[in-house]
Design a protein around this ligand. Sequence first.
Ligand SMILES: [Zn+2]
Length: 70
Amino acid sequence: MITLNDIGKIVLDIGDKCTHCGRDTAPGSSLWVDRIPAHVDSSSCEDWLQGWEIIQYVDGYLCRECLEDD
Ligand SMILES: [Zn+2]
């Protein structure tokens, strides 16, 4: 779902997906444990998100594996 935030930037809510790898972190999936909410620049999603150039921010989660990579 795409929304505008309070300063008029385009924000895409990707729900339970990881902002860095695009994998699902929903409850019951193997990546649910230790996930953290993430609000990131859309360029963080360029590897997996089609159309990332036309949005500014992405709301989702950061999975445990991507956390360990950073
Ligand atoms: Zn991830």
